[in-house]
Each structure stands twice: as C-alpha cells, then as structure tokens.
Design a protein around this ligand. Structure first.
Ligand code: NAP
Length: 288
C-alpha cells in the first residue's frame, strides 16, 4: 500500500512546536529570535521563496526582516551588509537568498556569514561539521528530508540502499552524507552516470533532486521504495510538478512525497528550527 508523505503536515507540527516556544518567550518578556533574509535583485522565484519564509516567520511569531537590495548592488556593499548582520546582537540567523546576480561572488558572500548565524547551513564550516557527524546547522532541505524519513520510522538505515539523483552542494551531496550518517549504503547519481535507471532501481530510498519535470517514471523505481521528490518545476502547462512522475509511480512505492506540499514546506520549517537553535546557543540556553 502506498502512502503520500505530506511534508506540509510534518512541517506544521514542527512550526506548532516552535510557536509554543516563542509564545513562552514572549510571556517571559525575553528577546525573540530573529531571522534576516537578504535578497539582491528581483528574481521572481527568489521573491516567492523569500515571501514564503517571511510568512512562515510571521505565522509562528518569529522576528524577521527582509533586506531587499537592488540588482546593481556591489560585492563590497553586500559584504558590508553581511558584516553588519554578523555583528548585530539581535540577529540569530542570516540567509542570503541564492542565486545572486551574476556579477556577485556567491562563494565569498557565503564564507563571510558568521557560521554561528548560518542557519542555511551552507558555510564550509557547517558542511565540515556535518561530515564529521558533529553538526551545528544542517542544510535545511537535506535536514527536512531526514526528518521526514524519521517520521515514518526510518531512523537507522542499516542494510538499506539509498540512491540520490543529483549532486548539488545544497541538496544532493549533503543529503547523501546525512543518509550515510544514518548507516545507509549510498550511491549518488548525476548527469554522467551510466545505466542510471538500473542504479536508481537499487534504492530502497530514492531521493531525486535534478530539476527536470517528471524525469523519473516507474522504470527507475524499486517496488516498495520510499521516494523523496525534491524537484520544483513547471510542466508544459505551467503546472507545478516534481522530478518524479507521481501518477506513474505512486502505486508501486511504499511512500512518496508530493509536489507541492512535500519537501518544500519542510525546508522552511527546518530554517525556522535552525534559527531557534541559533537563538538558544547565543542565549546560552543549552549551557554550552
Ligand atoms: P542543480 O544544482 O541544478 O543540480 C541538479 C543535479 O541534477 C546535478 O547534479 C545534475 O548533474 C543532475 N542532473 C541533471 N540532469 C540529469 C539527468 N538527466 N539525470 C541524472 N542527473 C541529472 O539543482 P538543485 O539545486 O539540487 O535542485 C534540484 C531541484 O530541486 C530543482 O528543481 C530545485 O528547484 C529543487 N529544490 C527544491 C528545494 C525544496 O525545498 N523543495 C530546495 C532546493 C532545490 P551534473 O552535476 O552532472 O550536472
């Protein structure tokens, strides 16, 4: 029997928990955690992602600020903004929305963010800590995927084969590492993988992060697999869809995430959770 794994529902539970904590902080008249999102330019997808993050903060009562800079912002202007936020004691989380306009050096900007405020988990310091299984902040989409697997009882993945399609720094590589940390035997595929459908078919867990509408059909799927579809695409009718052909595979899998309402809402919930963690560290609530 197949089940649809609604990230939207799991994310709501996470957000409800955070809201309770925030209500409590307000009651105690404590400082409220704050997330600052920096957006450069007017890329429509980025604008919609940023709006989603703002709405999520408002809904749970987390402080937030959007710094919306013009497209022609220079590298040094953006660096100054990041450095100011690093030093601002009221700011717990800094997120620079990617992609940046082409004239800006993305890597230099990400490196400039204080790793303790890097709630996106993209700073090499945080990536390194993740590799060493000593995480500070996990990148939000991979963290959300692992969280979803845990909710269906997939905590220890010993003896399971996990196949990840896609090797980006923000999804494919980190999710592969997190699956490995959970004892899965992990294979990462990409555009140069030979016999990719055969490789994909080995996956008890198949994570797809490619960015090609409905690329994955039943020929790629092991019967009973858990399928996590990270892709967010528009099809030929401009309809939102994932990388997986949901209708074609849904009856042969054990679990599958839909698009929308799958991985996307989890990414935002994990961003809020990382910001709360940063706050607790900075306020010394953990005593560390
Ligand atoms: P990306 O940086 O463009 O990476 C895509 C990966 O897919 C690359 O590793 C590429 O291989 C591989 N690939 C491309 N065509 C392939 C094919 N035909 N067969 C096998 N592999 C192929 O993408 P990304 O940033 O990881 O994002 C992937 C998708 O996830 C996008 O739709 C994006 O919008 C979505 N996304 C969603 C969320 C969310 O929260 N829901 C978060 C992040 C991303 P090479 O490395 O060989 O080029």
């Amino acid at each position: 029997m197949s089940e649809i794994l609604y990230g939207s529902e799991i994310a709501q539970t996470v957000k409800d928990g955070l809201k309770k904590e925030l209500d409590q902080l307000r009651l105690q008249q404590k400082r409220i955690p704050k997330l600052v999102v920096v957006l450069v330019g007017d890329n429509p997808s980025s604008l919609s992602y940023v709006t989603g993050k703002e709405k999520a903060c408002s809904a749970i009562g987390m402080d937030h600020e959007l710094i919306h800079l013009p497209e022609q912002t220079t590298q040094s202007e953006l660096m100054n903004v990041v450095q100011r936020l690093n030093q601002d004691a009221a700011v717990d989380g800094i997120l620079v929305q990617l992609p940046l306009p082409k004239h800006l050096q993305e890597r230099e900007i990400l490196l400039a963010i204080d790793p303790k405020k890097d709630v996106d988990g993209f700073h090499p310091y945080n990536i390194g800590r993740m590799m060493m299984q000593d995480p500070v902040y996990l990148p939000c989409t991979p963290k959300g995927i692992i969280y979803m697997l845990e909710t269906i009882g997939l905590d220890d993945l010993s003896g399971k084969e996990a196949v990840v399609i896609g090797r980006s720094n923000i999804v494919g590589k980190p999710v592969a590492q997190l699956l490995l940390n959970k004892n899965a035997t992990v294979t990462v595929c990409h555009s140069q993988t030979k016999d990719i459908k055969e490789v994909a078919k080995r996956g008890d867990i198949l994570v797809v992060a490619v960015g090609k509408p409905r690329l994955i059909n039943h020929e790629w799927i092991k019967k009973g697999a858990v399928v996590i579809d990270v892709g967010v695409n528009r099809d030929e009718h401009n309809k939102l869809c994932g990388d997986v052909d949901f209708e074609d595979v849904k009856d042969m899998v054990s679990y599958i995430t839909p698009v929308p309402k799958g991985v996307g809402p989890m990414t935002i919930a994990m961003l809020l959770e990382n910001t709360m963690e940063s706050y607790k560290r900075r306020e010394n609530i953990y005593g560390i």
